[in-house]
Ligand binder design. Structure first.
Ligand SMILES: NC(=O)c1ccc[n+]([C@@H]2O[C@H](COP(=O)([O-])OP(=O)(O)OC[C@H]3O[C@@H](n4cnc5c(N)ncnc54)[C@H](O)[C@@H]3O)[C@@H](O)[C@H]2O)c1
Length: 461
């Protein structure tokens, strides 16, 4: 098959990214044999420049698809010229940066914050231009979501699919379900794999396989143990589902050089700091649950990755989130208890616990808002309502009224619902507000809305 090269130059893209666009078009025009040969040749020239040894190269040489993918990511107009794929191209000097593999990048340590701010702005701009370019040109540009069958992950997947992105999602279905993915599983832009993210080999091989089928450019890590008492009873639950899942996701990202990670952390990283509004820079952070501990440890891993090889990460710290599809949480718990014993509701703790509740629609809105508006290399944000929260007794009364009016409510004596429960806290969301985001609903309205939604969800029981 004769090679035809399509050159598409867009002023919105910087030279390095133009190089990638041309490279992708060129490789797609080749027969697979020619593509393999060219990919090998280009791998040799670009990797030699990067100081990759032949031994390292031969590791990649075992898999032609991987060579092609790595080549596509690394190709620049200069490399194309050198390989004589595109002899007539006029080559502007490639800018430093663009898509590179982890091996190509060794950033100097971050010592001067102002330099970092400028550099990160450039990177964010480039990422946006690249994303717009990729979508305009019809190139695949997938978003990976771990924990995709869960409450938040499934909502995110729907949103990104609706916005035109292909989505690759992993979940072991331990707490999420295929039901939460109804309508998505048949969507041609959605790839679902049942994978245990605590299994390093499985994550690596399935992730690399998906990435070779469709280019993944960002990762949303939502998988975790979401049952705090389960992690108190058996600490290995959070080690496995919350910490190791983060470790393994990062490892696969590093392997293929994915530049952006969004991570669902939690207010649990703060521990019990009393009722004063908690801002992001409070410390020391001393979580009181294994869940919070493993979330904090995951944040630490991400911070180290940003220092070493990851271009950009966003850490979201949110409190209780409610809405549908509910997989866990106080409202679902109350609704199910009342369905089985409609005359009484047993509440864990005194009912005086006061916490902030965020509706899931507000959460998703905030996540996407930060994706588009936060520009730090390592951004960490509280996301929550603006009030001091509502009491558990308010949630119990609202649920009883909706499900079983007249049922008696029995409270425990302890202020805490369980070990590791933080009985009272309120959130300072000034940082995300300064970027221009505010939630639509306060805690009380979020609870009222979620009760109606969850009663609807559980209606068939
Ligand atoms: N919902 C909240 O109130 C809340 C609050 C703060 C933080 N978060 C965080 O947000 C994220 C999403 O929470 P959610 O409410 O959607 O929880 P969820 O339990 O509904 O979703 C988590 C998903 O991860 C999957 N999962 C867990 N361990 C896995 C493993 N080892 N391999 C593969 N999949 C695995 C589960 O099956 C589930 O589908 C979690 O990281 C959670 O810790 C949630």
């Amino acid at each position: 098959m004769k090679l035809e090269t399509i050159i598409i130059l867009s002023p919105a893209l910087n030279p390095g990214e133009n190089g990638i666009v041309v490279g992708v078009a060129a490789v797609f025009c080749m027969s697979s044999v020619e593509a393999d040969a060219q990919a090998g040749a280009l791998w040799s020239s670009s990797d030699q420049q990067d100081g990759v040894t032949p031994e390292e190269g031969s590791r990649f040489g075992e898999n032609h698809a991987m060579i092609q993918r790595r080549t596509r990511e690394r190709m620049t107009l200069t490399a194309l010229l050198e390989s004589r794929l595109c002899p007539k191209a006029i080559v502007p000097q490639p800018e430093a940066g663009g898509l590179t593999s982890p091996k190509m990048k060794r950033r100097p340590p971050r010592t001067d914050p102002s330099r970092v701010a400028v550099a990160s702005f450039g990177r964010a701009e480039r990422a946006r231009a690249q994303e717009e370019g990729a979508i305009r040109l019809g190139q695949p540009h997938a978003i990976f979501i771990s924990g995709v069958a869960g409450f938040v992950g499934s909502k995110l997947a729907r949103l990104f699919i609706d916005r035109g992105y292909p989505v690759v999602g992993f979940d072991n279905l331990s707490r999420g379900s295929r039901e939460n993915l109804s309508g998505l599983l048949t969507n041609e832009r959605f790839i679902f794999e049942k994978v245990d993210l605590s299994d390093a080999n499985a994550v690596r091989s399935r992730f690399l396989n998906c990435h070779s089928r469709i280019l993944i450019s960002e990762v949303w890590h939502m998988a975790a143990n979401s049952d705090i008492p389960a992690g108190i009873a058996d600490a290995s639950v959070d080690l496995r589902d919350t910490f190791l899942s983060t470790f393994n996701v990062l490892d696969s990202m590093k392997e293929v050089g994915i530049p952006f990670l969004a991570f669902a952390s939690s207010s649990a990283v703060y521990g019990n700091l009393g009722e004063a509004p908690i801002s992001e820079d409070v410390g020391p952070l001393l979580p009181i649950s294994n869940y919070g501990a493993m979330k904090l440890a995951s944040e630490a891993l991400i911070s180290a990755a940003v220092e070493n090889w990851l271009d950009r990460a966003l850490i979201f710290r949110f409190p209780n989130v409610i809405g549908v599809p509910a997989t866990h949480g106080v409202v679902l718990d109350f609704v199910r208890k009342l369905r089985s014993t409609p005359n009484k509701l047993n509440v864990l703790g005194s009912g005086r616990q006061r916490k902030a509740y965020l509706h899931v629609n507000d959460l998703i809105d905030a996540l996407v808002y930060l994706r588009e508006n936060a520009s730090e290399r390592l951004g960490y944000y509280n996301i929550g309502p603006e009030d001091k929260g509502v009491t558990v007794s308010f949630i119990a009364e609202t649920t009883v009224e909706a499900v079983a009016p007249g049922a008696g409510i029995e409270y425990g004596v302890e202020d805490r619902g369980w070990t590791g429960d933080v009985p009272r806290f309120s959130y300072d969301i000034a940082k995300i507000r300064a970027l221009g985001w505010r939630p639509q609903l306060g805690s009380a309205d979020a609870v009222r809305k979620a009760v109606v939604e969850i009663v609807g969800q559980e209606g068939h029981l």
